[in-house]
Write a protein that binds this ligand. Structure first.
Ligand SMILES: C[S@@+](CC[C@H](N)C(=O)[O-])C[C@H]1O[C@@H](n2cnc3c(N)ncnc32)[C@H](O)[C@@H]1O
Length: 290
């Protein structure tokens, strides 16, 4: 453990659940549970988490293994989402942040529900995904939604700057700064709520990615905006463990849960078979990922 933290709770409090499930895997900074996130969350003390990041299944009929079905009635999915969202809010320290990544269809409802719980709406962040599969009779969906709420007034907010974007073919600025180009901050421009520099993940060598794996850049940005070293980060839907890997690197404590196979996560955190994530491959990204 890292000793004194800026967070509301020592992660030890949250990790040691005397009457609850025990972690399947530990590091100095974090604990990973295998099982249903709700069961684990219900055993975590209230107010002991500084940041929740959740990337749940989208109920799009994806095969995740035999543990659950990703194609249930809309009302069932919405009810389930409300239960774990409410539980996540209970765990948040005052001023803590809650990020929820989903498709607009569900985040519209999730956001309304979070607001009804009295949470403080900060942003609907648009994650541009460039290309997407056509859907007959509809516009092509081309973004994911990242909801950003806080439990009251945010206790941590660091606005990042991003490099001035240039065309990868000609090297010229993509935007016109109206003659003020030389007055821009040398560290880059202020980040907006439209993020078009988050690309699907591919790995060097295989050029493959784990199904559903989010870009580490996305998690670095989220953790950089709304947490500090030593804070406790909870991600109830582990997947390949992107949040936990980034939390380790950024010296955040973390709590993780995954219902299915946790080997991809433990391998990643112990460096087994680790591959380097390629930088964004931009416009060649293919379609929706879930
Ligand atoms: C969209 S993926 C998360 C991907 C992750 N953000 C990453 O970058 O690798 C959702 C994950 O949630 C897991 N899951 C689904 N229901 C769950 C539950 N009730 N409790 C814990 N994990 C669950 C699925 O097995 C899947 O791995």
């Amino acid at each position: 453990m890292t000793g004194q933290t800026n967070g509301a709770a020592q992660v030890g409090n949250a990790l040691d659940l005397p009457d609850g499930p025990q972690p399947a895997f530990r590091t100095d900074l974090g604990a990973l549970y295998q099982g249903d996130c709700l069961e684990v969350m219900r055993n975590i003390p209230s107010g002991s988490v500084d940041l929740v990041f959740a990337d749940p299944p989208f109920n799009l009929g994806k095969i995740y293994g035999k543990h659950f079905t990703d194609a249930v009635a809309e009302v069932e999915y919405t009810n389930w989402s409300e239960v774990w969202i409410k539980e996540g809010l209970r765990l948040l320290a005052p001023g803590g942040a809650f990020f929820l990544y989903n498709i607009p269809k569900w985040n519209m409802r999730n956001g309304a529900y979070m607001q009804s719980l009295g949470m403080n709406f900060r942003h609907w962040i648009t994650i541009d995904i460039k290309l997407s599969l056509p859907i007959q009779g509809k516009l092509y969906p081309s973004h994911y939604s990242l909801l950003y709420f806080t439990n009251g007034k945010p206790k941590t907010f660091t606005r990042p700057r991003i490099p001035i974007q240039v065309c990868r073919h000609c090297g010229k600025d993509i935007k016109d700064y109206g003659g003020h180009r030389n007055k821009l901050h040398p560290d880059g421009i202020n980040l907006t709520d439209v993020w078009n520099d988050i690309h699907p993940v591919r790995h060097q060598g295989t050029k493959n990615r784990q199904a559903n794996e989010l870009s580490e850049k996305l998690l670095e940005r989220v953790l950089g905006i709304a947490s500090e070293p030593g804070d406790v980060v909870l991600d109830p839907f582990g997947g390949s463990g992107t949040t936990y890997a980034v939390a380790e690197r950024m010296h955040r404590q973390w709590l993780g849960v995954e219902l299915g196979d946790i080997e991809p996560i433990t391998n990643r955190l112990t460096g087994i078979g680790n591959q380097v994530e390629l930088p964004g491959f931009g416009d060649s990204g293919k379609g929706r990922r879930k």
